[in-house]
Design a binder for this molecule. Structure first.
Ligand SMILES: [Zn+2]
Length: 430
């Protein structure tokens, strides 16, 4: 088992962006984790997580050190040195632990204390109040009713109409800007996938071995956190260029189908692939949206900056060998390919993956978390075959009914570290 250097950073991210999490247990023998319980997080999700049952070590993984100290150890951050004390944008402040909406910008006011201050919570029943005798005078501590995250204190010296001052730590909050939420909503409701732009610049290679980025997005039409990640994948796909190829693969996982919407692109094989990555990264959960670049860097798929950085990093490294790939025949039912690999690249600890992808797709989602939305996809994987690499070989990719293959993407991957060593694509012309 190889530990990813990025595991720690990636884990921190889990607490910062909306994701849907599937907790998995460690299995013995099969090398594939078994599913022990299912939990959902993310805005608008049908929440089934037992937030009170999350252990301290789990919270340490989900939160940054500062967030953990404040939210789980009842700490207090420094005034004027925190993220939201002077934030004047319109939007919602959610719990950093569980995403529950707690405060609204329309109730925020300038208290002069150096901490974000509100004269009332945004919803009834989301903020709990308990007496706290930590200082000599009794104070009223406020916490999240769902996950018990410590938020701050409430005092009786606030402005009208309530006279209350909710003095809250920024570290206990995540701010959702209403302009961004509106933009996301508009993009979700249209089929436009081209709006976000990720700029990547290519390193000029000295030889024919071009650096590449292979981007795998584990996504689901049943996950409300996924559409922004689908747009990041679309933006990366748009940035694909002959001298800096970005091979995009949308792997739809099937484990959110149970939330009410059956994703037609989803496959248990794709979920199994993600579980294998969870093993490699030594995660005890899988989540959506998850992006993996060149089998090495993983992060929340909607994190545009991380995605651009990871692709940029990948495009600096020249591969040691190239794959030669040709489509020999194609129909609605199947695509046949031939491949050639250099002799030194053929090793037993490597796997050759061949994926047929459909260029674009649009789905009107009628049920589940994305009910009422039209979702757009690029390069959704419709067939996947993994095989032992060989110097010469052929593969027959059977296509499911009702889908159209536009490309076959091939890549060789180290089975231990997950590193993608070479990649290429071939167009499918029917
Ligand atoms: Zn909470």
């Amino acid at each position: 088992m190889v530990t990813s250097r990025l595991t720690g950073a990636a884990r921190l991210l889990l607490g910062m962006l909306p994701v849907c999490v599937l907790f998995i247990g460690c299995s013995s023998g099969t090398g594939m984790p078994s599913v022990t319980s299912i939990a959902v997080a993310g805005p608008g999700s049908g929440d089934e997580t037992d937030w009170q049952a999350i252990s301290d070590s789990e919270w340490k993984q989900r939160l940054t050190t500062e967030q953990y100290h404040v939210a789980r150890e009842h700490g207090t951050e420094r005034p004027f040195r925190n993220e939201y004390w002077n934030n004047k944008n319109d939007g919602i402040y959610e719990c950093v632990g569980c995403g529950l909406p707690l405060f609204h910008s329309k109730h925020k006011y300038k208290s002069g204390t150096g901490w974000p201050s509100f004269w009332q919570p945004s919803e009834d029943g989301h903020v709990a109040e308990t007496s706290d005798y930590k200082l000599l005078v009794p104070r009223t501590e406020v916490s999240c009713t769902r996950c018990s995250a410590h938020l701050g204190h409430v005092f009786n010296d606030g402005p009208k109409p309530t006279g209350q001052r909710y003095c809250i730590n920024s570290a206990s909050l995540n701010f959702r800007d209403s302009r961004e939420m509106k933009a996301a909503k508009q993009t979700n409701s249209s089929s436009d996938v081209t709006s976000p732009v990720v700029t990547v610049t290519a390193h000029s290679p000295d030889n024919h071995l071009r650096p590449f980025a292979l981007v795998e997005l584990f996504t689901s039409e049943g996950c409300s956190s996924c559409p922004p990640a689908d747009r990041v994948l679309a933006a990366l796909h748009q940035a694909d260029a002959p001298d800096a190829p970005i091979y995009c693969l949308g792997f739809h996982v099937d484990y959110w189908d149970r939330l009410g919407w059956t994703d037609r692109f989803a496959s248990k094989d794709f979920a199994a692939r993600q579980h294998a990555y969870a093993n490699t990264f030594e995660f005890n959960r899988v989540y959506t949206p998850q992006m993996v670049v060149n089998g090495q860097q993983e992060f929340v798929g909607s994190d545009r900056r991380k995605a651009a950085d990871a692709v940029q990093t990948a495009l600096q490294l020249s591969p040691e060998f190239a794959i030669d790939l040709h489509v020999t025949s194609a129909s609605d039912q199947a695509v046949d390919v031939q491949f050639t690999l250099p002799k030194q690249s053929v090793q037993s600890n490597r796997v050759l993956n061949l994926a047929a992808v459909q260029a674009t797709a649009s789905t009107d989602v009628a049920r589940g978390e994305n009910s009422g939305r039209t979702l757009s996809h690029v390069n959704s994987v419709i067939a996947l075959q993994s095989t032992q690499p060989s110097v010469d070989g052929a593969a027959h990719l059977k296509l499911p009914e009702g889908f159209a293959a536009s490309q076959v993407i091939a890549w060789v991957q180290d089975t231990q570290s997950g590193q993608v060593l070479a990649a290429t694509h071939a167009d499918v012309v029917n």
